[in-house]
Design a protein around this ligand. Structure first.
Ligand code: HEM
Length: 293
């Protein structure tokens, strides 16, 4: 019997929040130790890596929050419906606009692993809504925990402005205490009425959610280490060192002269140098040929 006097199924699996934490302990360690995340924690994150991860997160949250809206009144989700406090889609849109410019939606890449994660979210939201809480838990409680450390690392490594531009994703303005909010969230998860077999399926789904995240990190790592993209990656790094967005630009000029514009200028410079080199080699070859005659 619960506080409202309704009869509840006795669970042998304990509170959902405790069971979730325990069930995902190993996959959490696995996620933290992916190469992408390890590098990130060491501050080894380029602008290109960051843009890649933010792009994938956009697709993930777009799908997650669409399914949440679909199920906001479902008894298996309603108690943990906190759009104002948690939803990240609008924040990601702001960040992507900052990094990619106005045509961000046409430019953001979606690796296969991200597409698969999105498909799973859509399947759960539409066919097995009782499992949606597992996905919300995995992302939102993660963002409220380790996400805050990652924010500081990214801000420092990428010289992003102290005003928070480009980092809206990590800022939960409607949450005054992450610790207290997580406690509230856990108690709401524990209030969802479910039988043991559903609880066991939620635990499995949370592990799946972590594994889907791991696959995304692996795909991003693979994309970031492709040889033809390393040149661009290094250029962006050196360009970022030259710029200090927080000091040099005001809030509006930051957007105009931000990462996107600088990349274009650099790409033009590199392109010009490349052609100059090709032209010099051609002239030299003709000269040597003429001399040999
Ligand atoms: C560099 C990577 C990461 C770091 C440093 C990190 C760190 C942390 C820390 C410090 C906590 C708080 C633990 C506590 O309050 O007891 C936490 C909790 C959590 N993290 Fe992570 N994390 C990382 C990656 C991830 C990823 C990739 C996910 C999932 C996509 C994730 C999901 C979670 C969840 C769901 C919790 C809440 C656990 C609970 O209280 O039930 N974390 N993380």
């Amino acid at each position: 019997m619960d506080a409202q006097g309704t009869l509840r199924a006795e669970s042998t699996l304990g509170d959902l929040s405790e069971a979730l934490k325990e069930a995902t302990k190993d996959v959490h360690v696995q996620a933290e130790n992916t190469e992408f995340m390890r590098n990130f924690q060491k501050g080894q994150v380029s602008l290109r890596d960051f843009k890649l991860v933010m792009s994938s997160l956009y697709y993930i949250y777009e799908a997650l929050e669409e399914e949440i809206e679909r199920n906001k009144e479902h008894p298996a989700y309603a108690p943990v419906y906190f759009p104002l406090e948690l939803h990240r889609r609008a924040a990601l849109e702001e960040d992507l606009q900052y990094f990619y410019g106005p045509s961000w939606k046409q430019e953001i890449p979606c690796p296969e692993a991200t597409r698969r994660y999105v498909e799973r979210l859509q399947h759960v939201g539409q066919q097995e809504p009782e499992l949606l809480v597992a996905h919300a838990y995995t992302r939102y409680l993660g963002d409220l925990s380790g996400g805050q450390v990652l924010k500081k690392i990214a801000q420092k490594a990428l010289h992003l402005p102290a005003s928070g531009e480009g980092l809206a994703f990590f800022s939960f303005d409607a949450v005054s205490s992450a610790t207290k909010f997580k406690q509230l969230y856990r108690s709401r998860m524990n209030s969802i009425d479910m039988d043991d077999s559903t609880k066991a399926r939620i635990l499995e789904e949370a592990k799946t959610a972590f594994l889907l995240n791991i696959k995304v990190f692996e795909a991003l790592q693979e994309m970031a280490s492709r040889p033809e993209q390393n040149g661009q990656l290094n250029l962006e790094k050196s360009e970022l060192r030259k710029q200090d967005f927080s000091k040099a630009n005001g809030p509006t000029s930051t957007r105009e002269n931000g990462p996107k514009e600088s990349q274009k200028q650099l790409a033009m410079g590199v392109s010009f140098l490349r052609w100059a080199l090709i032209f010099s080699v051609a002239v030299l070859s003709v000269a040597v040929g003429l001399y040999a005659l």
